[in-house]
Write a protein that binds this ligand. Structure first.
Ligand code: FE2
Ligand code: FE2
Length: 229
């Protein structure tokens, strides 16, 4: 069986990238990823989701990716969805003891373990996708997005940009704040401050920025970060 796909990426427009389709800023739990076409891919990487909160991070990020694709109907939706699903699976093949000690302190985006989880993620994509019927060109496109997703300064395509925004947006949901604040050793209020100051400006799409701000505003109210600081 070969999965029918067009594997073409689209050039990166100037940022911030305006939306061409609907922008949904409501709570992400209202629109989970309900399509079952990627279930075989999920099933192939279950073990890789048991590391570094991937079983929380990856499904929430996929839900955000599907919203971003709706806002950008010109994008290759399958490429974005598969790339976000697999992008962090490589954490399962690195030295787990270094994930927190090296992956979340100092210049964490340039830590060797970051490069390593990207390389291992590419390896996993090349292992799991071909037997499921994804053709070689599509796999190459997925790998091109996974490679450098944390350590590369810039996005290479519209699809790459959507994956990058989805990879950040999960953090603005309260589940993301609960997990990621602990990784950085920060209390939720300080972490929310950092999200607003440092991560919102990194978002590449106008849709992503609107979703991030709406989720952050709800999360800071819910978690009472104005007084719990
Ligand atoms: Fe990553
Ligand atoms: Fe990630």
């Amino acid at each position: 069986m070969t999965v029918e796909l067009t594997a073409t990426t689209h050039p990166l427009p100037p940022t911030p990238i305006p939306a061409d389709g609907p922008v949904d800023t409501s709570p992400i739990c209202g629109t989970p990823s309900l399509q079952t076409d990627l279930d075989p891919v999920w099933a192939a990487v279950v073990a890789c989701t048991r590391v570094r909160g991937n079983d929380i991070h990856l499904p929430i990020s996929l839900a955000f990716a599907e919203r971003l694709v709706a806002a950008h109907p010109e994008a290759n939706a399958m490429l974005v969805r598969v790339a976000i699903l697999l992008h962090d699976t490589g954490w399962a093949r690195v030295d787990e003891s270094k994930i927190i000690s090296e992956g979340f302190s100092g210049d964490w985006r340039k830590a060797e373990i970051r490069f390593e989880h990207e390389r291992k993620g590419c390896e996993i994509a090349r292992e799991v996708l071909p037997p499921l019927g994804y053709d070689a060109r599509f796999v190459d496109e997925v790998v091109a997005i996974i490679d450098g997703h944390d350590t590369r300064a810039e996005a290479h395509s519209l699809e790459d940009a959507l994956v990058r925004d989805a990879d950040r947006l999960w953090r603005f949901d309260h589940a993301g704040i609960a997990l990621a604040s602990g990784w950085f050793g920060l209390d939720p209020a300080t972490y929310c401050d950092r999200l607003r100051a440092e991560i919102i400006p990194e978002l590449l799409t106008e849709a992503g920025t609107a979703m991030g701000l709406a989720h952050l505003d709800r999360s800071v109210a819910l978690l009472k970060t104005a007084v719990l600081r």
